[in-house]
Design a protein around this ligand. Structure first.
Ligand SMILES: [Fe+2]
Length: 356
């Protein structure tokens, strides 16, 4: 499992974007862009504050997500994820048994196959994928308005706000990478087709005494197949990002929730390939938080998180940008291929541990 460094903030930097977003001074904007790119070059991920999303919007997104997952299973299943992988839309529960939140008594009385399955942490999550309403080909699967009034307009608007943020961050990264204007325009153009979306995630609580922490996580070590990902998480610790500067392999640091409006930005596979490895894909995982101290219970917390996946056009070509900082990296490390082909390749092996 590797080790965990408590002082995450000493290792994974948090970048304040406010000067970049609000200043007209190109020197100030470039300085922030450089800090962002430096942090991502070093670790493949960083914290983000001053990003323009309000704490109120972040809280509301998490609250509405919880309200969705609190619905009875049969209502959530009315918007089940359709067959196929591109793109993700709708609700995915693993099975009726696995996504139920069991009481302590129920867990205690479970036996045989059901008990074993229910306690298998790897499957212990449910999620709901929502894309942009401006993406013309694939339609969202919205829950009945009467069940969750205001849910749909809020989430649609929230995704639009995240799209604006991804555009700002993409521009800051391009500025910091110092790629030429033609390459920058090409790269930007790969990300203007509303292919991105959010995943509402719920990890139900588990019995601590049933968890084998030497081998179990909520989500094993992986990289995302995105250009980059923003992660919003609630107050329960879960995300851990690899400390690439540590010589001990598989050393992870907790992306801690101590700053309530901090997002976590992690570079994905496409970001790494396009920048020729200058911005490495972040290896990360999600671990099960321990029960809250003093809570007097053996049950871990429910955890809610919302990743926003920045996806390029699926017919885009993956090929390193040959200018600016990406051009300083060794050549020919990445095979030229279509975005869609890489996604299909990765889907075959999703969430297998790349270290094994
Ligand atoms: Fe991930």
């Amino acid at each position: 499992m590797g080790s965990i460094t408590a002082a995450a903030d000493a290792v994974i930097e948090t970048i304040d974007l406010s000067a970049y977003l609000s200043s007209d001074d190109p020197i100030v904007r470039k300085a922030t862009a450089d800090r962002l790119v430096q942090a991502l070059h070093k670790q493949g991920g960083c914290g983000l504050v001053g990003h323009g999303l309000t704490l109120k919007a972040i809280h509301e997104a998490l609250t509405r997500s919880k309200e969705f997952f609190d619905l009875p299973l049969d209502q959530k299943q009315t918007i089940n994820h359709p067959e196929g992988i591109l793109p993700h839309r709708g609700y995915s529960g693993v099975s009726r048994e696995k996504i139920r939140v069991y009481t302590e008594d129920e867990l205690q009385s479970m036996s045989g196959e059901l008990g074993a399955t229910a306690k298998k942490a790897m499957d212990w999550k449910e999620h709901y994928d929502i894309g942009s309403d401006y993406e013309p080909e694939h339609h969202n699967r919205w829950i009945d308005k009467a069940l969750l009034p205001g849910f749909q307009p809020f989430m649609s608007d929230f995704i639009t706000q995240l799209e604006q943020l991804h555009t700002n961050v993409l521009n800051a990264i391009l500025l910091g990478l110092e790629v030429d204007p033609i390459s920058a325009d090409y790269f930007r153009g790969l990300h203007t087709h509303h292919n991105s979306g959010i995943r509402l995630l719920h990890y139900p609580s588990m019995r601590e005494s049933e968890i084998d922490r030497t081998s179990t996580t909520w989500c094993p070590i992986h990289t995302d197949f995105t250009t980059f990902t923003f992660l919003i998480q609630d107050e329960n610790q879960g995300l851990e990002i690899e400390d690439r500067t540590n010589k001990t392999p598989n050393t992870f640091v907790a992306a801690n929730p101590s700053i309530p409006d901090r997002l976590w930005l992690t570079i994905g596979d496409f970001g790494e390939i396009w920048t020729n490895g200058y911005l490495p894909a972040s290896r990360h995982r999600v671990v099960i938080p321990a029960p809250l101290p003093g809570s007097g219970t053996d049950m871990t917390s429910n955890r809610y998180s919302i990743p926003y996946f920045l996806n390029p056009r699926h017919d885009g070509i993956l090929e390193p940008l040959g200018t600016g900082k990406p051009a300083t990296m060794p050549r020919d490390r990445y095979k030229k291929m279509k975005v869609r082909d890489h996604i299909e390749f990765r889907m075959k092996y999703q969430y297998t541990d790349p270290t094994k």
